[in-house]
Design a protein around this ligand. Structure first.
Ligand SMILES: Cc1cc2nc3c(=O)[nH]c(=O)nc-3n(C[C@H](O)[C@H](O)[C@H](O)COP(=O)(O)OP(=O)(O)OC[C@H]3O[C@@H](n4cnc5c(N)ncnc54)[C@H](O)[C@@H]3O)c2cc1C
Length: 373
């Protein structure tokens, strides 16, 4: 029987494993940490339509792992403080308990027959399907697989020497959860704030639940990487009061788009490892999961009918198409302008431009074009 290895038990690796197991494929999942969902790095702001597209919205609701069910407005704040509000009639996003969601997906995969090895770090993968791993307390082993799915996340340690793999555009991020009260009169449980105060990305405040007592405050930037904690703290102080920090964590945001290649012999990359994130925000839960759906179909077809694995790349481009490219162009334009340039431009734009703005939270091209028409 053909066996597929999946490296990385993050959201995308576990979801890919589950999808493959549901197709009757034998899957071995490797996760270097001793539990799934740990350590956290994601804010957890996910579109409702995206969760519906990947078929997980009802499951997450049923399991009670949606922390905040109703994000329906956003405040875009420029460097010098001009505010562009967006208010929608109904919620379009939720804040997901990301650690619980990853544990749940991994459990579903294991229940579906996936053989999972935690505390097992994959050291090497080869284009012929060979994989070398070290399991804590039991040592090194080598095995050959029909396909190796690399879902190791943004670090790309295992594939960094393969052609087409780019390590640029990975932005260090800092986040902290704080207990606090709104100082500004602008924040509430349905509003996220995006503050364009760093040159190459932005900072954010997200209400973690409906109580308006706990907020996730963060920032990502390469240029200001050494200052992220200070930037997040001063953002918190600007909009919140009576602040008590609960926890802090870091991560890498993918900002340079998808890799030029996702397939090398029997290795295929998916999720952050492949750069399959929303170009405007670096959000990868939905884009990575949609990519996993495309990939799982190609792997099934490869194993059963011999369809070349390279078809994955073509199928992916067809699925995400021009919408993705256009979003990526917006990201690059923003980076070229920097926050100060954006601020200058913003002075000439009416702050109500985003009133009644309707867009797909993930595939945003139509929404943006409607504002420009
Ligand atoms: C600060 C921040 C905020 C974000 N906010 C959002 C958001 O609000 N919404 C959204 O959609 N996305 C968000 N993202 C992006 C989102 O977190 C990622 O797109 C998503 O988690 C990608 O999942 P993944 O499974 O591809 O990678 P990861 O979550 O990085 O998982 C990779 C897994 O592989 C394991 N691993 C790595 N190497 C090995 C190895 N050699 N052997 C074994 N195991 C290994 C790791 O331990 C990890 O568990 C955010 C990212 C950051 C950094």
């Amino acid at each position: 029987m053909h066996e597929v290895a999946v490296v990385g038990g993050g959201f995308i690796g576990s979801f890919t494993s589950w999808l493959l197991a549901r197709k009757g494929i034998q899957v071995t999942l490797f996760e270097e940490h001793d539990k799934f969902g740990y350590p956290p790095h994601c804010t957890g702001l996910i579109s409702i339509s995206g969760l519906q597209r990947i078929g997980l919205y009802d499951l997450f609701r049923k399991e009670g792992i949606i922390l905040n069910p109703g994000i329906s407005s956003a405040l875009f704040v420029t460097y010098r403080g001009k505010i562009f509000p967006v208010n929608l009639d109904e919620p379009i996003a939720v804040v997901l308990d990301r650690e619980a969601s990853e544990r749940l997906i991994a459990e579903k995969a294991i229940d579906g027959g996936v053989q999972a090895h935690i505390s097992t770090i994959v050291r090497e993968i080869s284009v012929n399907g060979d994989l070398i791993a070290i399991k804590r307390n039991s040592g090194k082993f080598r095995k050959r697989f029909s396909v190796i799915v690399d879902a190791e996340g943004a670090g790309r340690k295992l594939i960094r020497y393969l052609p087409g793999v780019d390590l640029r555009g990975l932005l260090p991020a800092f986040q902290m959860d704080v207990r606090a009260r709104d100082r500004s009169g602008l924040l509430n449980s349905s509003t996220v704030l995006l503050y364009f105060n760093v040159p190459d990305f932005f900072s954010w405040i997200v209400p973690l639940d409906e109580s308006c007592e706990i907020w996730r405050v963060g920032s990502a930037s390469m240029s200001y990487s050494g200052l992220l904690r200070n930037i997040a703290s001063s953002l918190a102080r600007k909009f919140l009061k009576d602040i008590r920090e609960i926890r802090r964590f870091g991560g890498l945001v993918v900002s340079n788009g998808p890799l030029k290649r996702f397939v090398w012999g029997k290795i295929v990359a998916v999720g952050d490892a492949a750069g399959q994130v929303k170009p405007t925000t670096g959000g990868g839960v939905i884009f990575g999961s949609l990519s996993a759906i495309v990939l799982s179909k190609i792997i099934e077809s490869y194993l059963n009918k011999g369809t070349p694995l390279k078809t994955y790349q073509v199928a992916w481009k067809k699925f995400f198409g021009s919408n993705f490219q256009a979003m990526y162009l917006i990201r690059k334009t923003y980076n070229a302008l920097t926050h100060v340039g954006i601020d200058t431009l913003a002075r000439f734009i009416p702050s109500n431009i985003l009133n009644n703005f309707k867009t797909d939270f993930d595939f945003q091209l139509e929404g943006v074009l409607s504002r420009l028409r």
